[in-house]
Design a binder for this molecule. Structure first.
Ligand code: 5GP
Length: 256
């Protein structure tokens, strides 16, 4: 798609963002990957195409299940048109299993785990948990609902609304992934407001850049095999190979 009549807005960790002539946004999914607040960087062939396909796949499923999103269309295999929103300054994390920063913060003595949750990677969180992090600060920082309301970032009703939407997204993604032998350990999403105040799911959803996916068969044998960005964060595997495996499993599911 020609970008000659678009205005370049910014480049994020993995996407370049443009504004179209009619005021929508175009996301160009690139092959870039970064971790540790940009300290580790690389590029992987076909990553942009796979993440764009996955984001489109999940947006379509979520829309069909009644979750309002900013997704419009994918004009090319690596680009997505979306509605421009006023992005909320807080991101939402849903956790079904202990992993990542949850355990790091526990080890540092900063947080308690929900009752009965063992402090080890892969420990189930029976009722799940929701956390919030800042979006527009130099480093994503966990924030509690008191600080969110105090700063006027979201009202109590909006916090309840995005918490409910994130739980519904979790139910839908977990169900679909279970069908292809994958556990959804956790994920992060963003929301934004339209000019008339409606809250829509924004950015991307269900990609291995923003979720932890574990192979279910191996998990049942006591092994955590990641099909997500953790292989890059931890240097435990080839990102193209695991993103490709995830893509193939869901693509086959779509054709059935
Ligand atoms: P953690 O807080 O354990 O590092 O990450 C929790 C979840 O949020 C993981 O699924 C991780 O992939 C996702 N996540 C962490 N940082 C980002 C980010 O900057 N963008 C997106 N989309 N997801 C993130």
């Amino acid at each position: 798609m020609s970008k000659s009549n678009m205005t370049y807005i910014s480049s994020g960790k993995a996407k370049d963002i443009y504004e179209t002539a009619d005021g929508n946004l175009l996301f160009e999914f690139t092959d870039r990957v970064t971790a540790f607040d940009g300290k580790k960087k690389a590029e992987y062939h076909e990553k942009g195409e796979i993440t764009c396909w996955l984001a489109e796949y999940w947006f379509s499923i979520l829309e069909a299940e009644g979750i309002p999103t900013h997704y419009i269309d994918c004009p090319t295999p690596t680009s997505m048109l979306v509605r421009r929103l006023d992005i909320m300054p807080v991101e939402v994390i849903r956790r079904n299993y202990a992993a990542g920063s949850l355990l790091r913060r526990y080890d540092a003595g900063e947080i308690k785990l929900p009752e009965g949750v063992k402090p080890e990677e892969g420990a189930p969180i029976p009722r799940g948990m929701i956390e919030f992090t800042t979006k527009f600060e130099a480093v994503d920082r966990p924030v509690d609902t008191k600080e969110i309301m105090f700063n006027g970032w979201m009202s109590r009703e909006e916090i309840e609304h995005v918490t409910d939407m994130t739980s519904r997204i979790n139910t839908i993604l977990s169900r679909e992934l279970n069908d292809v032998g994958i556990i959804l350990a956790d994920f992060k999403v963003e929301y934004g407001r339209t000019s008339d105040g409606e809250i829509l799911l924004a950015d991307e959803v269900g990609t291995p850049d923003g979720c932890r996916f574990w192979d279910r068969t191996e998990f049942e044998d006591g092994i955590i095999r990641s099909l997500d960005k953790d292989v890059f964060r931890k240097g435990t595997g080839d990102l193209s190979t695991v993103y490709g495996e995830l893509f193939k499993r869901l693509q086959m599911q779509e054709k059935m």
